[in-house]
Design a protein around this ligand. Structure first.
Ligand code: GMT
Length: 372
């Protein structure tokens, strides 16, 4: 079977899920054609059965704004025609699903089927913009199959867009052969030379992630008498505000900004607790990556997070913005080694038993096969 995978190529959950899905399918013998404006970040070496088609955006003085949706449509048309795709799998509703729908309208005799995976902000944030909302609704209605990455996102989609469409929940997944804790990781002494606890957060530092909350949580922990450091990995719009807050709270030396990093497993292996205080999170792939590396998560109890972080078992969830409670939960884990170990083992078990790549990929395969 030949699959066209349309995704964002940069740091961000939906692109990573699309890339890992494509890689897993290619290993099983599917031919996977990625279509995007740049090579997805995790596709940086050669892989059998993987092809990349770059969307080139025409520049013309009249086009003050780039016509990405149309350029993407043109590229999908090309790939369907010359590569004979069976499935187009659009990750993120706009503009990917819309471009794919347009392609199908331009090629009414093609048998290609469209699967759209809703990832989160395409429904909960940007999809709610009055200008985009009817477009997202149309893209859901016109797709041949729709998946959502959590039950929460499925319910939210039905409620917000009033769609009468079968939506399959297919969770984010993780390869626990790669994401596993490196015991006594050599990096730890660099960040915590005096044996301090390490709190960690990884994201694209967008507003929805509430990165400044991680600094407030660190303060709670230090005020509780626990020596701790906070490692912030990633970059984005809220970095400046977070740096300023760390300075204002006198924590500059305890908060390290590491920027974008690829050695995620090594870094997670240094962490004692992972923080995800997001305002909106349809699933929380970064929490799952941390859990697979044996790091208990303390997060906000919003969106799909409680489907991954089980309160009192493999982590804790607290009300959005309640950094004081989150700090107390972190302190509880750090002050009780026995509890930390139970939570850490449970986190690894949850990742392996519920979200292992090999459990989830067949769910996508069933959807593809059901359409062809
Ligand atoms: O917010 C991000 O990190 C990026 C965003 C995306 O769509 O690229 O992530 C969303 O999709 C991820 C993969 O399915 C989910 O794990 C994230 O929870 C989701 N982010 C939000 O809902 C804010």
């Amino acid at each position: 079977m030949k699959i066209g995978m349309i995704c964002y190529p940069t740091y961000g959950g939906s692109g990573i899920v699309a890339t890992e899905l494509g890689l897993a399918l290619a290993k099983k013998g599917y031919e996977v054609h990625f279509i995007s404006y740049a090579n997805p970040i995790r596709l940086n070496t050669y892989h059998d059965n993987i092809f990349f088609h770059e969307v080139e955006i025409p520049h013309y003085p009249l086009f003050e704004f780039h016509l990405y949706t149309l350029a993407l449509t043109g590229k999908i048309l090309d790939v369907i025609k010359y590569e004979n795709l069976d499935i187009i799998h659009a990750h993120y509703a706009i503009p990917h699903a819309i471009s794919a729908i347009l392609t199908k309208q331009i090629l009414p005799n093609s048998n290609v089927k469209l699967v759209t995976t809703l990832h989160g902000t395409d429904i909960t944030l940007i999809g709610l913009e009055p200008a985009f909302s009817p477009i997202v609704k149309y893209s859901i209605e016109q797709s041949d199959a729709i998946t959502a990455v959590s039950q929460y996102l499925k319910d939210k989609t039905i409620q917000q867009f009033n769609v009468d469409k079968d939506i399959s929940v297919v969770a984010n997944f993780i390869d626990t052969k790669i994401y596993k804790r490196i015991e006594n990781c050599y990096l730890k002494k660099n960040f915590a030379p005096n044996g301090e606890a390490i709190l960690m957060h990884i994201s694209n530092f967008r507003r929805v992630k509430r990165v400044p909350d991680t600094v407030k949580i660190l303060k709670e922990v230090i005020d509780a008498g626990i020596p701790a450091k906070l490692l912030l990995i990633g970059d984005g719009p809220d970095r400046g505000e977070t740096e300023a807050l760390a300075r204002d709270l006198g924590l500059s030396k305890d908060v390290k900004f590491l920027g974008k990093q690829n050695a995620v497993v090594e870094l997670l292996s240094c962490a004692d607790v992972f923080l995800l205080p997001s305002q909106s999170e349809s699933f929380g792939l970064s929490a799952l990556e941390a859990m697979a590396c044996g790091v208990p998560v303390v997060a906000s109890s919003i969106g799909g997070i409680p489907e991954v972080v089980k309160h009192g078992e493999n982590g804790y969830v607290a009300e959005l913005g309640d950094t004081s409670r989150m700090g107390k939960y972190v302190a509880e884990l750090l002050q009780n080694q026995k509890k930390w170990k139970i939570f850490s083992e449970k986190a690894v078990e949850t990742a392996a038993k519920e979200f292992e790549t090999e459990l989830i990929i067949p769910q996508y395969e069933r959807i593809y096969k059901g359409l062809s």
